[in-house]
Ligand binder design. Structure first.
Ligand code: ZN
Length: 232
């Protein structure tokens, strides 16, 4: 950052102090959005090097995948929950981007994620996209994409169904429930690629399962799964 930009930022900070969206404390000049203290306190899962971890276990027998992990634990009252809430409901796209960069650094140098070809964020239905104005997973994905230096595709996978009923019944009815929610515009574009399917929070796994059904239409594609947070 050049001196003028730094000077202007310091000046703006004096007039309009920037605050950390997770704790409300005033940020110091070298902090981007999340304060250093919150960064240290983030509830990391440390799952990335564990092939057998709770996120992976959630998808066993449901989705063929290469690797699955989440960056943070999502829990009532914790900082990951606050972060997701800010990103999703307070129009804080930039926080999504920073959270994505953190997720990217978390994945960096993890062997299972090193040969990713394309990052694919879970899409919103176009109507929901219009209502919210942006897709939070796309912004997280952009941050991941920058750090991993891998391209992001926000167009090929799309959501066909606006609001399916949620169910956690037996496997067949669950499969029926997620089938056909998402689709690929051009299966050939993802053919033979290692896709990193990305969501903001994984809770029941049904969204990831539904997306995977569509991604598997791409011949020879492999899927890995990542989310900013994991509700367990
Ligand atoms: Zn903070």
């Amino acid at each position: 950052m050049n001196h003028l930009v730094l000077y202007l930022r310091m000046l703006t900070d004096l007039v309009f102090p920037r605050v950390c969206p997770l704790c409300g404390n005033v940020l110091v000049e070298n902090e981007k959005m999340i304060c250093s203290r919150c960064l240290t306190d983030l509830p990391q899962t440390h799952f990335r090097n564990m092939q057998d971890n709770p996120v992976a276990r959630m998808f066993w027998g449901r989705v063929p995948f290469s690797a699955a992990t989440s960056y943070l634990f999502f829990e009532k009252g914790n900082k990951a929950r606050k972060m997701i809430h800010e990103i999703k409901y307070h129009d804080n796209k930039e926080l999504g981007y920073e959270a994505g960069q953190l997720t990217g650094h978390y994945l960096l140098s993890t062997e299972a994620f090193m040969d990713i070809d394309i990052i694919v964020p879970v899409p919103l239905h176009k109507r929901k996209h219009k209502i919210r104005g942006y897709n939070q997973s796309e912004w997280i994905g952009k941050g991941v994409s920058e750090v991993l230096t891998k391209p992001i595709d926000c167009d090929n996978l799309y959501r066909k169904v606006f609001n399916p009923s949620q169910t956690r019944q037996n496997r067949y009815s669950r499969w029926k429930n997620v089938e056909g929610i998402f689709d690929l515009r051009d299966p050939g574009r993802f053919a033979g690629k290692h896709l990193l399917l990305l969501d903001d929070v994984i809770t029941t796994g049904s969204t990831i399962e539904a997306c995977s059904l569509a991604l598997r239409k791409a011949p020879g594609a492999r899927i890995s799964i990542v989310s900013l947070a994991f509700a367990y």
